[in-house]
Design a protein around this ligand. Structure first.
Ligand SMILES: [Zn+2]
Length: 687
């Protein structure tokens, strides 16, 4: 078809245009450029290319004089900053045509330039480009060489092997693996062995990057059999074995990981995922869910997973170009972090189709093309040598499964650069975790999630039997039920947990009371940074008696919003923050008056116990005064819990009850680890 045949806002499925670029190229961001184009009839239009990926192109940018086949051309009426524009949304919709391509229009052929190179010349070209670190050009030259005249077995092997090198550097790991293996000579002479060891090393590197560590190990083993002292091979084998161990045991050096994130500002984990204690399967009524395949003890790791893609959180970002997304269905504009994640996800899937299903499977229907079957939506087919990636389906997946990143204050004190992602897409940066995203929501969870960089950790907050569904809380439960309900509607569901059922059955509201209490407590928090002196405080403000009385009045009123008829045996989390405030206030209150010190600490102890009960922890006293365990059937965890256990530990220590003190400190540490993923930072906050 031609430009003059285009209809406005029609996707023109299965059609294509042949266009030549000319004049200005306008780069909006790393995911969108606009360029003037003409067709054979001489009509001109502005072409906006989204999600371009140069790794398979002859050049590393769009320039004048290129001839393009544009598939599914879309003449769009609304696009930010551009007005009317011809759009190519999907990276596979653009094919750069060489002069020798059958679709290349004869009238645009440059007869002078049309000198055919042979395979050996293409190899020389490729090597020169590789040396100049122009990997696109190198990749392109080797590809051309493989279909050029004069190709023999030796050249073919060289071209494949060198192509694998360029592809590795471009992040085309699927292709790098295939080319590396295609280059193998399997001959007994030393030269062939050396070349083959190089190829096997490259195949191993590609598999490592694809996170197929056992297959990578096989390649490095084979590489070292041919060349036993190859230092690169030995180094990579060692690294690969570490990943395999992590994958199998779930043992990670969290302190080293934290330091790496803090000191190098490298936010992405290098570790392997540990997901072998869970499986994804159908639930009875809530789509797919995550289930325990082994019994998991309270405090243990349920799974660890690094992000499929994640952009740097805002505080790690250098000033970058502003990106934006204009969604075709809603004409809704998103900026920056979200656009970058989208770009990164499209690129990852386009470059490595074998990884596609991990992302695409999170959303089995295409909102943009309902004709497609589940199989078509969740896998990537190859057309004209390019993977077909529906960028809008990926956007859909990100919107439904992405997590935003923000700093978590308590951990931040210990390690300032550890980001704390929050569920929901309201932050400036975003990531997607393909297994962890499967965990369904409950307000009364059996697991808590946390992050070390882009590494998501889920730990059991109670003993989880084999076969039980793993649940996490998508939004913090604060007792403001209406707010929680609205927040969950963003994920298009309502929670049916025991607590939500109780709230619905009761039918009242406590939000205004909680908001009122918040305003008093936050105006004068009785705690700043605790240290080892009985939560004695470096920077402290001691609340006035008047304020203490106001908080107590709020507690009385909030208690009435948890009638036992409905809430018996359930957490009363709306009270926890108040009780924690009073616990801290009384810890301080007696500090300077020796006579009132003991009374004050006893009162603080009572409030600490209340905090623990408010979280749903029901004490089971095994041996009086020596050890306390808890029934954790219906619990919610917050950082106030750690402080309450810690306070009790110090309180019993003062009282001379060493065993009970130890027990409480263990609960404090365990709660911290469950909520933060590891003990990292605990010793800084609670020595
Ligand atoms: Zn609920």
């Amino acid at each position: 078809m031609h430009i003059r045949d285009l209809l406005l806002d029609d996707p023109h499925h299965d059609k294509y245009l042949i266009l030549r670029t000319f004049a200005h190229v306008l780069e909006f961001s790393n995911m969108q450029v606009a360029v003037a184009v003409e067709d054979e009839k001489g009509d001109v239009e502005q072409l906006s290319i989204w999600h371009y990926d140069f790794s398979r192109w002859p050049n590393d940018k769009v320039c004048a004089g290129m001839v393009l086949a544009v598939k599914n051309p879309y003449l769009r009426s609304v696009i930010a900053n551009l007005g009317l524009s011809l759009c190519a949304f999907h990276p596979s919709d653009i094919v750069v045509l060489d002069q020798d391509h059958e679709l290349f229009p004869a009238k645009w052929k440059n007869t002078q330039r049309n000198v055919t190179k042979d395979a050996a010349q293409w190899k020389i070209h490729g090597n020169a480009a590789l040396k100049k670190k122009n990997f696109q050009k190198a990749n392109y030259s080797y590809s051309k060489g493989l279909s050029a005249p004069g190709l023999n077995d030796i050249l073919k092997s060289d071209l494949h092997r060198n192509k694998a090198c360029a592809e590795l550097l471009l992040g085309l790991y699927d292709a790098a693996k295939i080319d590396a293996l295609a280059s193998l000579l399997n001959q007994p002479d030393d030269k062939s062995k050396e070349l083959d060891s190089k190829a096997l090393y490259r195949a191993g590197r590609a598999l490592y990057e694809l996170a197929d560590y056992p297959a990578a190990k096989t390649m490095f083993d084979r590489c070292l059999r041919l060349l036993p002292h190859d230092t690169d091979g030995l180094r990579e084998l060692k690294r690969t074995v570490c990943r395999i161990t992590e994958e199998q045991t779930g043992h990670f050096d969290f302190l080293a990981m934290s330091k790496n994130i803090t000191f190098t500002k490298d936010f992405r984990a290098k570790q392997a995922n540990y997901v072998r204690r869970t499986e994804v399967r159908q639930t009875e009524d809530r789509g797919r869910g995550l289930f325990a395949t082994h019994p998991i003890a309270c405090g243990d790791i349920v799974l660890c997973e690094k992000a499929f893609v994640a952009t740097d959180p805002p505080w790690l970002k250098s000033q970058k170009q502003q990106n934006f997304i204009v969604s075709p269905s809603s004409k809704h504009v998103s900026t920056s972090g979200h656009a970058e994640t989208w770009y990164a996800a499209v690129k990852k899937v386009f470059d490595n189709p074998s990884l596609a299903s991990r992302l695409l499977d999170l959303c089995a229907r295409s909102k943009y093309n309902s004709r497609l079957s589940r199989q078509e939506v969740t896998s990537v087919s190859i057309v004209d040598g390019l993977p077909v990636v529906d960028v809008f389906h990926i956007l859909d997946v990100l919107e439904n499964n992405g997590l935003g990143l923000m700093a978590r204050p308590d951990q931040t004190q210990a390690y300032p650069n550890i980001p704390r992602p929050q569920l929901g897409a309201h932050y400036d940066s975003l990531g997607v975790w393909s297994v962890a995203s499967r965990a369904n929501h409950s307000c009364l969870t059996n697991a808590e999630y946390s992050f070390l960089g882009d590494f998501m950790l889920i730990r059991a907050n109670k003993d989880i039997p084999k076969g039980e569904e793993i649940t996490i809380s998508y939004v913090p439960t604060t007792g403001k039920f209406e707010h929680q309900k609205i927040a969950l509607q963003n994920w298009n569901f309502g929670c049916e947990c025991k607590l939500c059922q109780a709230e619905t059955a009761w039918g009242g509201t406590r939000s205004p009371l909680l908001t009122g209490a918040d305003s008093y407590e936050e105006a004068e928090p009785p705690v700043a940074i605790p240290d080892k002196r009985i939560l004695g405080l470096d920077r402290r403000t001691e609340p006035a008696d008047r304020l203490v009385n106001v908080v107590k009045l709020y507690i009385d009123q909030i208690k009435d919003t948890y009638p036992a008829t409905f809430f018996s045996g359930l957490p009363s989390i709306g009270l926890a923050k108040r009780h924690a405030w009073l616990m801290r206030a009384y810890t301080l209150g007696g500090k300077f008056l020796a006579s009132s010190f003991i009374t004050s600490q006893n009162t603080a102890c009572m409030y600490a116990q209340a905090v623990i009960r408010d979280h749903g922890f029901v004490p089971i006293i095994e041996v009086p005064s020596e050890k306390v365990s808890f029934n954790r059937e219906n619990i919610i965890m917050t950082t106030d819990l750690v402080d309450a256990f810690m306070f009790l530990g110090l309180f019993y220590e003062m009282e001379g009850n060493a065993k009970l003190a130890e027990c409480m400190k263990e609960h404090a540490m365990q709660s911290y680890v469950i909520m933060n993923g590891s003990h990292v930072g605990y010793e800084v906050l609670h020595q």
